[in-house]
Each structure stands twice: as C-alpha cells, then as structure tokens.
Ligand binder design. Structure first.
Ligand code: HEM
Length: 465
C-alpha cells in the first residue's frame, strides 16, 4: 500500500487494488447502463437527456428552444436529475451570482465519495447533480480513472482568486501582440502546405495546429510534438462530457500522466534556466510558497486544454457558418469582416455549449428554488439564441451589431482568461484563409465531434480552389 507524505492512504491505492480487467468490465457495464437510461429518457422527449444523445445532439438548437420554453425564465427540470437554465437572463444570473460555485457548499468536489450530499443524491427537489467530468468516484469502476484536475475551473474562492491572479499576466495585452505574430506566421505556413495539396482537412490541417503552436509559445515548450498534443487535448476535451468508453478512460489516464510528466520536467528546466514565460513566473511563485507544485502543473494543463479544442472549434464553426449561409463571399470581399464573423460565431454556434454550477445555499430563480448543493447546467449556447436577448437569433449575420453580450466565454468569476487570445487566433485564421483561399469550398461530409460540451467539426474536408 502506498501512502502520501502525511502517511494517509491515498486514492491511487484504492484505485489500483481492483484487477484491471474487473474494473474495466464494471466501468464498461456502468457506461452502457447509463447510456441506455439516458437514451430511454431522450426517446420519451426529455430535453436534457436529448442534449447528450444522437440524433438530437447533432443539432441541439431546437432542444435549447424547448428548454427555454419549458423553463419560462427560470430553471428547467429534467428526469435525468439535472436542472438547466436556458434563457440569457437566467444563465447570466447564475454565472454572476456568488451563491453559486463550481464545488459543493462545503468546498468538496461534486461527486466526492465522502460527501453526504452526493451519497444521498441530494439536489433540487431530489434532483441529482453533475460534474464536468461526469465521473462518479463512488463506483469502483470509475474510481480507476484519475480525476481530471481542471485547476481554476474546479476551484472556488479563495483558491480560485489566488491562482487566477497568478495566471492573469500571461494574457496581458502586450503579450497578445507577440502571440499574434506567432499566429500569423504559423497560419501562413499551414496554408502554404494546404494550398500545395489543393484539398485538405480544415480541422486537422489548420484549426488544430494553430492553437497548439500558440499555446506552445505561451508555455515556451520547445519543439512541440503537434500530433501528441492534439491527442492529449482530444482525450481531455472529450472528458468534459464524461468518460465515453473503457478505451477513452485509458486514453484519459495516459494523457493525464504524460502531461504531468511533461510539465513536471518543464518546471525543473525553468527552475534551472528561467525565461519570460508563464511557467518561469509560476516557478518563482512556487519557490515563494504562493502556490504548490500540483497547482502549477494543473494550471499549465488547463491552459493547454482550455485553449486548444475551443479555438479549433471556433475556426471550424465559423467557416461552416460562413459557407452555409453564403456569407463567405462577404468575408473575401472584406477580410476585415473576420472580427464580426468571429463574434457572430461565438453567439450563433459557440465552441463551449454549456457549463455547470452548484448552489451554495437555497437560491430562487424565476420562482423556482434550487436547493443547497444542487447542480445546474448553464446552457451558454442557448443564451445566444434567446429571442428575448438577440433579434432574429437563428440568423447568422457577421455584420450584426452585438447589442447584448453573448455568453460564449461564460461570465462572472470564471470568465474565460483566454478570450482575447481566442478572438485574435480566430480573426487571423479567417482573415488569412479569405485572403489566400478566396474560392475555398467544402469537399465532403463534415464529421462532427462526439460531444455535448464542446461543439465543432472533427473533420472538415475542403478544397482551396
Ligand atoms: C473560442 C475559444 C474559447 C472559448 C469558447 C472558451 C470558453 C471558455 C469558457 C466558457 C470558460 C468558463 C467555463 C465556466 O464558466 O465554467 C473558460 C474558462 C477559461 N478559459 Fe477559455 N475559451 C476559449 C479559449 C481559451 C484560450 C485560448 C485560453 C488560453 C490559452 C483559455 C483559457 C481559459 C482559462 C484559463 C479559463 C479558466 C478561467 C477561470 O476559471 O477563472 N480559453 N473558457
């Protein structure tokens, strides 16, 4: 049995005590049972269940409309046990309300096996809750999976406030100019390669390698192995929906272990030879005792995960919408329209469709009470299509005057730290694509990601001319 420094029994010990084949079998069975239960509810018309299942998941916008109608400004209930807010007003209210957090009221993680609230399945009126990872560590099968530490995203104040302050200088405006140069140079190179081939995959040949290169610069990772980073990012990004299969669980464990090794190694190198980058700054804080090594590694991992697949989806969703609505020609005529196209994509078809919060006390929203520790899905993408907030919301218009702010980057304490960076990367990609490949057009079926939280094309075949 292994012990941690305090001599207590660690969770890893419990995880490895089951033979792997038995744990795999249990996990596989559990996933299959949960899927079947969810699908049955979806077939009976439950809107929250439909968000998680095909075919409804492929186009969730009619389901969001149903949820907005059902919620009537407040909380929509579902037989899945997961509550949801779907209108712009209710989503904004939950995100800004300090009575909600990303953890339970007593600071424990949702689905912490030692939590009474989770053991009893408590939620609003008996409704259960959900986590970002969707894992239930009380189950011996899922307990085998290393929980994904999402750093800032899974912290409430005061830890969240302290860590966010340390991460903020990475995103200072003067740094953005430097990242823009990298983005332009990388996009130019990727488009040269793509143009030489004629036909290419917009996702894997442009929209994915671009943010990976920018994050590698941000973290000052030399000689980045793009396909490996893409694999890690995919495994972790997909885990936002929960673990899909035993294979996914193993890919996730491998990705987490590899990333921890990579960042652990980077920390040592920066300690020996500090630079201007974010890791060097954080190593300094580590030595000052302002943060722990685990916090540092998790934060670096979050920057990679948060900034990769999200930006990839932004580029893919923007090109898809521009092509589908006949507004690609407008962008070609005026590449400066890239700014409006990025903003409209964030409202119309955002890369991150939803997030979750937990009530830290009983809270009333739109006449309904959410009980302490109950979870609520905040449907960011539904807010962007709310007719009470946006005129003619189902129309994609890159020239739209955005009078009501969209919620694609969330709101309140967890507002996306990389929002300006993501906008810049999206704008560079669209502008340069329109300039260099004005006759760009689809060249086959777009394959969507298998996901609910992250939305975008997994493969997007296009032709340059
Ligand atoms: C289009 C691209 C992006 C979208 C749509 C997006 C969206 C989001 C959303 C919705 C959240 C908050 C989730 C919540 O409230 O629970 C978030 C948080 C965050 N994002 Fe982004 N993001 C994008 C790009 C980036 C980039 C490029 C980076 C950095 C490299 C980044 C770094 C972060 C970080 C560090 C947080 C955590 C903030 C906190 O918890 O205080 N994001 N993002």
């Amino acid at each position: 049995m292994t012990t941690d420094q305090a001599g207590t029994r660690t969770r890893r010990t419990r995880r490895t005590s089951l033979p792997r084949w038995r744990a795999d079998l249990r996990l596989g069975t559990r996933i299959a049972v949960m899927r079947a239960g969810g699908l049955a509810l979806a077939l009976r018309g439950d809107p929250v269940a439909r968000l998680m299942h095909k075919p409804w998941r492929l186009d969730p916008y009619p389901t969001y409309a149903a949820l907005r109608a059902a919620a009537a400004g407040g909380v929509a209930r579902s037989r899945t046990g997961i509550n949801a807010v779907a209108t712009h007003e209710a989503c904004t209210a939950v995100l800004r309300d300090r009575r909600f957090g990303v953890r339970l009221a007593d600071g424990r993680m949702p689905f912490d096996p030692t939590s009474d609230a989770q053991r009893s399945g408590a939620g609003a009126d008996g409704n259960g809750t959900s986590t970002a990872s969707g894992q239930d560590p009380t189950d011996p099968g899922t307990a085998l999976i290393e929980p994904i530490d999402l750093s800032l995203l899974s912290l409430d104040p005061p830890d969240h406030t302290r860590l966010r302050r340390l991460a903020q200088p990475t995103f200072a405006p003067r740094r953005l100019a430097q990242y823009r140069d990298t983005a332009r140079e990388v996009t130019g190179r990727l488009l040269d390669d793509a143009a030489a081939r004629g036909s290419f995959d917009l996702t894997t040949d442009l929209a994915a390698p671009l943010p990976i290169s920018v994050i590698a610069e941000l973290l000052a990772i030399p000689h980045v192995d793009t396909p490996r980073f893409a694999r890690w990012g995919r495994a972790l990004g997909a885990a936002l929906d929960g673990v899909r299969s035993v294979r996914h669980a193993h890919a996730l464990s491998r990705a987490t272990a590899d990333l921890r090794a990579l960042f652990g190694d980077l920390v040592e190198r920066r300690r020996a030879d500090p630079g201007e980058d974010v890791i060097s700054q954080l190593v300094h804080e580590l030595d000052e005792g302002t943060l722990t090594l685990d916090e540092l590694v998790s934060l670096a991992q979050l920057l990679l995960v948060a900034g990769f697949e999200t930006t990839t989806n932004l580029v893919g969703n923007a090109v898809r919408a521009l092509q589908a609505t006949g507004t690609w020609g407008d962008l070609v005529a005026d590449p400066g329209l890239a700014v409006g196209a990025v903003e409209e994509t964030l409202r119309f078809d955002p890369p991150v469709q939803l997030t979750a919060r937990f009530a830290h006390e009983d809270v009333e929203i739109g006449g309904r009470t959410l009980r302490r520790d109950s979870g609520v899905l905040v449907l960011l993408a539904s807010a962007g299509r709310d007719p009470a907030a946006h005129r003619d919301p189902d129309r994609f218009d890159p020239r739209r005057e955005q009078t009501t702010p969209h919620l694609a980057f969330s709101g309140g304490a967890h507002y996306c730290l990389g929002a300006a960076l993501a906008r810049m990367e999206g704008e560079v990609a669209l502008e340069m694509l329109a300039e260099r490949m004005p006759r760009l057009r689809p060249a086959g079926r777009i394959v969507p990601r298998v996901a609910t939280v992250l939305r975008g094309p997994r493969n997007f075949p296009v032709r340059a001319a």
